[in-house]
Design a protein around this ligand. Structure first.
Ligand code: NCD
Length: 304
């Protein structure tokens, strides 16, 4: 039985195959309508979510399966003090596969140790978010036609942004990737990630001003400052509007820039950018459903 806890659980080849299946689903959705008939996905969300949870549910429904679950810890027995392990053992009696989001880093790994069914990490604290990474990779491949030879700008909260951590670990495995890391000093990438980029020999620079580097980028991955991971409100208020991408800043960017954001957006991309053809973030949302369909197929049927 396979779980997906970290993006590095998948080989580069497996990732490429998953993206191929997602492309096929996009081309021929009817072919997949019955694949998960009588199978059930449980979504256990101990933290807020819109896209991740609903795209998992839409993915399973479009495969002909059913969904059950909860969308906040308060409405589950976690509120009575039940452990993650006991919750997962229980839900494993009712569902064939579990997508789980939890504020504690490593909670899905604990779940996987006891679960009778595959566990998918749908975000654990400030750590990892592998299915967002699959979404991001599909988007990059569809928008740019490749996953190698790219200058990738990561902008915003690189300290707590779990989507950034997973995406960097995944992209580091493709050829000729260079990262431009744009953040206030306090929100720079964690040391362990800096170390793994060095070990993997992936070049990166760390800068504070978006304007200085925007013209060099193939991809600009904007992120929200992760309010819920801050210890004090004053720090959040001081840092929250560090970057706001607007048409003026965008005027310095290349015509073939691809602008991404895992969403939700707060202020970091002005609404005026949404109509720019380079804004890929709502196409990215749609890709999230297709790649999750491919992942469910792979974990339950070994099809991808
Ligand atoms: C992200 C997350 O939950 O980490 N959202 C998502 O899953 N699309 C990003 C965020 O919350 O800022």
């Amino acid at each position: 039985m396979r779980h997906l806890l970290d993006i590095v659980d998948l080989s580069t080849r497996e990732i490429d195959e998953l993206l191929d299946v997602a492309d096929q689903i996009i081309a021929q959705p009817r072919e997949y309508r019955e694949k998960m008939r009588h199978r059930k996905l449980a979504t256990l969300f101990f933290e807020p979510s819109t896209r991740t949870r609903l795209s998992f549910e839409a993915a399973m429904l479009e495969l002909g399966g059913s969904v059950l679950g909860f969308s906040s810890a308060d409405s589950s027995s976690a509120a009575k003090g039940e452990s993650v392990a006991d919750t997962v053992r229980t839900v494993g009696c009712y569902a064939d596969i579990i997508a789980m989001r939890h504020p504690k880093e490593g909670a899905p790994t604990v779940a996987a140790q006891v679960s009778p069914v595959p566990i998918i990490n749908a975000g654990d604290g400030g750590h990892n978010h592998p299915t967002q990474t699959l979404t991001d990779l599909l988007t990059i491949r569809r928008e740019k036609g490749r996953l190698d030879q790219l200058v990738v700008g990561m902008c915003g909260d690189l300290q707590f942004g779990r989507t950034v951590h997973s995406l960097m670990n995944a992209m580091a495995r493709y050829k000729s990737i260079r990262f431009v890391l744009i953040s206030p000093r306090e929100l720079c990438i964690p040391d362990y990630l800096r170390e793994s980029m060095r070990k993997a020999g992936v070049p990166f620079v760390e800068v504070e001003k978006l304007e200085d580097v925007i013209g060099t980028l193939d991809i600009l991955y904007m992120t929200r400052v992760q309010k819920e991971r801050f210890f004090n409100e004053a720090d959040y208020v001081r840092l929250k509007d560090s970057y706001i991408l607007d048409p003026e800043k965008l005027s310095r960017a290349r015509q073939d820039l691809c602008i991404m954001h895992p969403l939700p957006r707060v202020n970091e991309i002005s609404r005026a950018v949404d109509s720019d053809p380079r804004a890929a973030y709502f196409r990215q949302v749609l890709n999230g459903k297709f790649v999750r369909m491919a992942l469910i197929l792979k974990l339950l049927e070994g099809e991808a």
